[in-house]
Design a binder for this molecule. Structure first.
Ligand SMILES: Nc1ncnc2c1ncn2[C@@H]1O[C@H](COP(=O)(O)OP(=O)(O)OP(=O)(O)O)[C@@H](O)[C@H]1O
Ligand SMILES: [Mg+2]
Length: 429
């Protein structure tokens, strides 16, 4: 029989004998090392719900990858587990005062659902019964959605805990009207109670809230600090133990390196896990029987390149053209560019691609945005009394990024520009 194209891959040694999903960010681990205190804090707030009372609203802050989502999803799973547990276990007597069945946990990721209507619809549709109508994607007046939501929640006495993850995204896109309505809903319910848990990685977002909403929402505040290298090592080790059957697959060095690299950035557990997972995939592709530190360095490069790619691909067209101008100038021998030079190249690129160029003022703003995204480095250089100018250079790999930009169908690939042929004008300073 002809060998199948996949046979070689299928026969190759795979370092993953266990469960690959364990290294994925969506997996909720059995334990969350170094978050026990926060889990306990949250549990002590939420036990109120099991007693049939309304827990305080909570705001959780913390940088990306500090375990915010993991902690709330962990608690959600614990509540569900309580429901499943046989109530006539040895805890029977103590359970009497708790009413687990009446607690409803609703998780909404506001990065995905980012409109007032969408959030209300999603919550409402979590409370369906045989005779209730699905709230449609669009079309109902807001007032009707809200009334229907209240009716459904209040159908029987319950305590509803609504988790709004990535809340800052919702507020920056759609304002705080969702929070306004949800935080005052209790005064309009007869037998049910609603409590809110808002999660954000931006501490400042509450400044944009109506003061009433801010004070209702922030009854309790928790701030998750970044992890340090040792903590990340514990988190990774725990996962590695579960993910791989044998401990020969990965040495302690590999785990320590992933932890150290992620701690250098800002203590992001997601980044640490990504490094480990990508390193494992690279080792697997290279058909190595185990993962070593070289694979981790390769993984780091790959992840960084993917981030740059992602950032460049999602730029608006004019910003892409500005980035393109900076990169092309660089490969044409311009080391450090002034705003004027970037503008000249940008203008020519725009004209070649049949677009109306924006003003130099707008381009100055776009350059600052690119700087904030880490795609270019724009330093203000002062010449004392003779004024200041910006020195701009790309901070990403030039040729690769040019290739990424040229993949955009709105961008017309440019080989040479007149701007580069003209001798650089000497400045009179
Ligand atoms: N203490 C921990 N123990 C085990 N895994 C953890 C821990 N903290 C975070 N993780 C894992 O790290 C990844 C990122 O964590 P999580 O999604 O909770 O971050 P986050 O704080 O919600 O970040 P973001 O603000 O970007 O949403 C997840 O895969 C999560 O399982
Ligand atoms: Mg999260």
């Amino acid at each position: 029989m002809e060998p199948n194209i996949f046979t070689t891959y299928m026969q190759s040694k795979t370092v993953f004998k266990g469960n690959k999903d364990i290294l994925r960010p969506t997996y909720i681990p059995e334990q969350l090392p170094h978050r026990e205190d926060y889990i306990n804090d949250m549990a002590s707030i939420m036990v109120t719900a099991l007693r049939g009372n309304r827990p305080s609203n909570v705001l959780i802050f913390g940088k990306t990858g500090t375990g915010k989502t993991a902690v709330v999803r962990y608690l959600e799973r614990e509540v569900e587990r309580l429901k499943k547990e046989d109530l006539d276990s040895e805890f029977e007597y103590e359970f009497d005062e708790f009413n687990v069945e009446r607690v409803k946990y609703v998780y909404i990721n506001c990065e995905v659902v980012d409109t007032h209507y969408g959030v209300m619809k999603n919550i409402g549709n979590k409370f369906m019964n045989e005779w209730s109508e699905q709230i449609p994607f669009t079309g109902w007046p807001m007032e009707k959605v809200y009334e229907s939501l209240k009716e459904r929640i209040d159908e029987e006495p319950r305590v509803v805990v609504i988790i709004l993850d990535e809340l800052d995204k919702l507020v920056s896109k759609s304002g705080d009207s969702v929070l306004y309505h949800l935080s005052k809903i209790n005064s309009e319910l007869k037998q049910s109670k609603v409590s809110l848990i808002g999660i954000s990685n931006n501490l400042k977002f509450t400044e944009f809230l109506d003061p009433r909403v801010r004070s209702r929402l922030g009854e309790e505040k928790l701030i998750f600090p970044p992890y340090n290298a040792d903590q990340l090592k514990d988190i990774l080790s725990e996962r590695v133990e579960r993910a791989f059957k044998s401990d020969e697959v990965m040495s302690d060095d590999v785990v320590a390196l992933c932890a150290a690299l992620a701690a250098q950035e800002h203590g992001d557990a997601r980044r640490a896990l990504d490094l480990l997972r990508v390193a494992t995939e690279i080792a697997e592709r290279e058909q190595c029987p185990s993962v070593d530190t070289n694979h981790v360095y390769k993984a780091k490069n790959k992840i960084e390149q993917d981030c740059v790619r992602e950032a460049v691909i999602t730029l608006p067209t004019h910003s892409k053209n500005v980035m393109y101008a900076i990169l092309l100038s660089r490969v044409n021998g311009f080391k450090k560019l002034t705003t004027g030079e970037v503008y000249a190249a940008y203008k020519e690129i725009s004209i070649v691609s049949g677009m109306d160029p924006l003003t130099q003022r707008r381009i100055t703003d776009i350059i600052s945005e690119l700087d904030m995204l880490g795609l270019v480095n724009a330093r203000v250089k002062s010449f004392g009394r003779r004024g200041r100018t910006k020195e701009i250079q790309p901070s990403v790999p030039e040729l690769e990024t040019i290739r990424t930009i040229e993949q955009d169908e709105n961008i017309v690939p440019v080989k040479t520009l007149r701007t580069f042929e003209e001798p650089r004008q000497m400045k009179l300073i």
